[in-house]
Design a protein. Structure first.
Length: 176
C-alpha cells in the first residue's frame, strides 16, 4: 500500500493520473464498516492490525498494474487503469468477498461478527481524476447509507461531475 501523498503522484509510466490517454480508468473507494467501534472497544493497536489485514486482502485481489493506498483513517482507494466499469464492479465484489471470507473478527460491529467493507466504484477518463474520486466517494457513502457490506457505483461520463441522475447508483448487496 502506498500513502496518500504518494498515491496522488503515481509513476508516470502507468499514466494512471495522466490525461493524455483517452481511456477509461476506474476508482474503488472502500471503508471498513464500524471501524470506530472496533478502535473504541479493542484499541488502536488492534485497529492498525485490522487495517494491515484488510490491505493484504485488497492487494491479493489486484492486478500488477492496479494501485492501492490509504487515504486516511480506515478509507482506502484503488486505481484500476484501463478498466471498464463492469470489470471494476467485479474487482470490488472480489475485494468484499475476500474480506468476508478472511473472517477477521469484529465483535463491536453490530451487524456482523467479522470485518466488512463498503465500497464505491466510479469510472471516467483519467483527466477527470478529481471527479472520478468524488463520485467513487459518493458511491461509497451510498453503500454505507443502504446497509453496508456492499458495492455501489455509477458511471462518470467525460465532462460531467457528480452523480448522473439519468444513470442511478447501482447497488450490489453482499452477504450479511
Amino acid at each position: 500500500m502506498t500513502d496518500k501523498k504518494n498515491l496522488l503522484f503515481v509513476d508516470d509510466e502507468q499514466h494512471v493520473l495522466d490525461g493524455r490517454h483517452a481511456r477509461t480508468d476506474c476508482v474503488i473507494m472502500l471503508d471498513v464498516d464500524h471501524f470506530k467501534a472496533l478502535n473504541d472497544s479493542q484499541g488502536h493497536a488492534k485497529g492498525d492490525d485490522v487495517l494491515r489485514q484488510v490491505a493484504l486482502c485488497v492487494r491479493q485481489t489486484l492486478r500488477a498494474t492496479d494501485v492501492a493506498g490509504r487515504l486516511g483513517g480506515e478509507k482506502l482507494v484503488v486505481l484500476l487503469p484501463e478498466t471498464p466499469l463492469d470489470d471494476a464492479f467485479v474487482v470490488a465484489e472480489q475485494i468484499r468477498e475476500t474480506l468476508w471470507n478472511a473472517n477477521i473478527p469484529h465483535y463491536a460491529s453490530g451487524t456482523a461478527d467479522r470485518i466488512t467493507v463498503s465500497l464505491g466504484v466510479a469510472a471516467g477518463l483519467a483527466r477527470n481524476w478529481e471527479d472520478v474520486v468524488r463520485e467513487a466517494d459518493q458511491a461509497l457513502y451510498a453503500s454505507k447509507e443502504n446497509g453496508r457490506n456492499m458495492v455501489s457505483g455509477s458511471n462518470l461520463t467525460p465532462g460531467h461531475s457528480g452523480v448522473d441522475d439519468s444513470n442511478p447508483i447501482i447497488r450490489r448487496k453482499g452477504a450479511a
